[in-house]
Design a protein around this ligand. Structure first.
Ligand code: NAP
Length: 249
């Protein structure tokens, strides 16, 4: 039987680490993408101690050479890839996070990781994903990327005004929809995940959900059945009172 291979970017901590743990618990071989080798190895040890078949791979999604090296490693050692979770992400803001205070350097920095990094990693690995019987691509997005959610005056997020992180996730949503369209005649499904507000380093642990709960969303989308939809933003629905479902763009 062929081993199911999953790659999770930014998997050394937070939601990515929890996603790697949960995919490993389902019997997948999990490649733990980490831009810092020592942090990746620490995560690998932790996952292995929990029984997962985990292997850390150096991967900075903003570094073309690093992305190419991971694709070469997967090709050489496994010959295909079943699951790609584009999880690595950063949040930055200038001043009081108002549009009028936003600098282009901050905007570029966030887009490099949250948008360009996803396209770079996906394109490098797509030939290997096409070789799997039914590959799944999960782009970890956010409800703050939903224009409908962010502009609803009655919604919980209406007070947020920041451009860099929310608009990078809006771009990621469109990236997701366009890959799903390109791949609609194949067995590959591409969806965006909304983990919900999870306590991680990203938000100084202010989230009300756990990283493990956030990871459930990515794992659900990474293990979708053949008749499941592609090209959706799916996950935690804060404005609908919790629970999981499709979110509006
Ligand atoms: P986190 O704990 O800060 O983890 C982020 C991960 O991404 C870390 O492993 C980090 O590595 C990695 N990373 C950052 N830049 C990278 C790069 N250039 N190349 C490779 N890896 C990189 O944050 P998190 O909350 O788990 O976030 C995971 C994903 O969930 C992100 O896409 C985030 O936008 C999304 N999300 C989070 C929440 C939430 O409430 N937490 C809500 C919605 C969506 P280092 O350790 O080296 O920094």
């Amino acid at each position: 039987m062929t081993t199911t291979i999953a790659l999770v970017t930014g998997a050394n901590k937070g939601i990515g680490l929890a996603t790697a743990r949960q995919l490993g618990a389902r019997g997948m071989t999990v490649l733990v993408g980490a831009r810092d080798a020592a942090r990746g190895q620490q995560a690998e040890r932790e996952l292995r101690a929990g029984g997962a078949d985990a292997r850390s791979v150096p991967l900075d999604v903003t570094d073309e050479k690093s992305v190419a090296a991971v694709a070469e490693l997967v090709e050489r050692e496994y010959g295909h890839l079943d699951v790609l979770v584009n999880n690595a992400g950063i949040i930055r803001a200038d001043g009081s996070a108002l549009p009028s205070e936003t600098t282009l350097s901050t905007l570029r920095e966030v887009y490099e990781t949250n948008v360009f990094g996803v396209v770079a990693v996906t394109n490098a690995l797509l030939p290997l994903l096409r070789r799997a019987p039914a590959a799944r691509i999960v782009n970890v997005s956010s409800e703050v990327g939903s224009i409908a959610v962010m502009t609803d005056p009655e919604g919980a997020l209406f007070a947020l005004t920041s451009i860099p992180y929310p608009s990078s996730k809006t771009a990621l949503n469109m990236v997701t929809a366009m890959y799903a369209k390109e791949l609609r005649e194949t067995s590959i499904k591409v969806n965006a995940a909304n983990p919900g507000y999870c306590a991680t380093d990203l938000n100084h642990h202010s989230g009300f959900r756990t990283a493990e709960e956030g990871a459930e969303v990515s794992v659900h989308l990474a293990t979708l059945a053949p008749d499941a939809p592609s090209g959706l933003l799916w996950g935690y629905q804060m404005d609908a009172g919790g629970g999981y479902g499709v979110l509006p763009w």
